[in-house]
Design a protein around this ligand. Structure first.
Ligand code: SF4
Ligand code: SF4
Ligand code: SF4
Length: 358
């Protein structure tokens, strides 16, 4: 018994001692919107993760262009990038590599480069994102793609795509596994919903500390508990859809499908979770869903603001069915929207109650 307790205590001590580095690289084709979004996370906040307020969480050090405790005004970017060189040499373990922005194809041109981050110590030339991925991915314990650009290419990869850019899984391979056996984790969104990102990082940190099972992902490598439902299923306006009440212009409180909302076929929890701290959530507040979390975004959903294919058929059915249901509900509402008749002054009891002794 004593031996078992000692082993358990040693395990707990090991978990308490674990230090996980998070290396965030936004060297691809990116607007940095996902970095900005993460600063708005509240459940959990990135500060809570860094300060280790959750029992069972390993210690965490974040190396992120927006926040790096080791890079003060005296050292700046030169000190920060040393962590990336160290990780590329295999000197940082374990670390989670977070990629923001799509990965340009640097092989399709003869000179120059599409995007870079620091210089190659050997040549003094700019290090491109593919070069960083080639060096860092094999050393990483987990790789996370943050935002739709990094997950599926996003806006930069739409038809035409002069840089030939793509998502991280397109570059590394959809079957890619980290040295710890983890698949790439995709957290799409343009930008990523802040709590979706912080919660995914939290899950992975618990997993690396032996406190959680393998992260459940769907076929597009999204966390299933975050992307298992459609926008429509969580939309405040879904009742209007069911009742066949559709907006034909902006400013209406009714369902927006006829003016271009793709919510019924889009996997995203933003209407439930809000944009940040529960506030907003595209269709809830009057904006059509343009499917920014989806692998087919944007091409398969354009032109935006047109009625999606199939919507005319489904809204016609809903208009007929919903019209009947609404009239029947109006009758019910008139009945239940009144107090019972016995709520009245007078000497007679109007409830119908009969005392057993009378
Ligand atoms: Fe910016 Fe959107 Fe791309 Fe993120 S996914 S880098 S927010 S364009
Ligand atoms: Fe569904 Fe969009 Fe209508 Fe909301 S606004 S109920 S998501 S179609
Ligand atoms: Fe993007 Fe639609 Fe989700 Fe809004 S509701 S964040 S447009 S997928």
């Amino acid at each position: 018994m004593a031996a078992t307790t000692d082993t358990a205590s040693a395990e707990v001590r090991d978990r308490d001692d674990l230090l996980v580095h998070i290396l965030w690289i936004n060297a691809g084709l990116s607007c940095d919107g996902d970095s900005v979004a993460l600063t708005a996370a509240t459940q959990p906040s990135i500060e809570d993760i860094i300060l280790g307020v959750f029992p069972g969480l390993p210690k965490v050090e974040v190396h992120w262009p927006l926040l790096d405790f080791h890079s003060g005004p005296m050292q700046g970017a030169d000190a920060m990038i040393e962590w990336y060189y160290l990780a590329a040499r295999g000197g940082l373990d374990p670390f989670v590599l977070v990629v923001e922005g799509s990965v340009p194809n640097e092989s399709i041109k003869r000179e120059g480069y599409w995007s870079g981050f620091g210089n190659n110590p050997d040549t003094g030339q700019p290090m491109t994102l593919p070069e960083w991925l080639d060096r860092l991915a094999p050393q990483a314990t987990a790789v996370v793609a943050a935002g739709t650009c990094a997950t599926y290419g996003g806006i930069h990869a739409m038809a035409g795509n002069p840089t030939g850019c793509m998502g991280v899984a397109d570059y590394l391979g959809w079957d890619w596994r980290s040295k710890a056996g983890l698949p790439i984790v995709n957290v799409p969104g343009c930008p990523v919903q802040p709590d979706n990102m912080s919660e995914t990082l939290l899950y992975l940190l618990f997993q690396l500390n032996g406190q959680a099972p393998m992260i459940p992902l769907d076929e597009a490598l999204r966390p299933t508990w975050l992307f298992g439902q459609t926008v429509h299923e969580g939309c405040d306006r879904a009742g209007y859809y069911e009742q066949g009440q559709f907006a034909v212009e902006y400013g209406s409180p009714t369902c927006l499908v006829k003016i271009g909302c793709w919510g019924p076929v889009v996997k995203c929890n933003v209407p439930k979770r809000g944009w940040m701290n529960g506030v907003g959530g595209c269709p809830n507040v009057g904006g059509i869903c343009i499917a920014c979390t989806m692998p087919g975004f944007p091409d398969k959903f354009m032109p935006f603001m047109d009625e999606p294919p199939g919507a005319r058929f489904s809204t016609t059915i809903s208009t007929v069915y919903g019209g009947v249901v609404r009239r029947l509900r109006d009758i019910t509402v008139k009945t239940v929207d009144k107090e019972p008749k016995w709520h009245a002054r007078g000497r007679a009891l109007l409830t119908g109650y009969k005392a057993p002794w009378s």
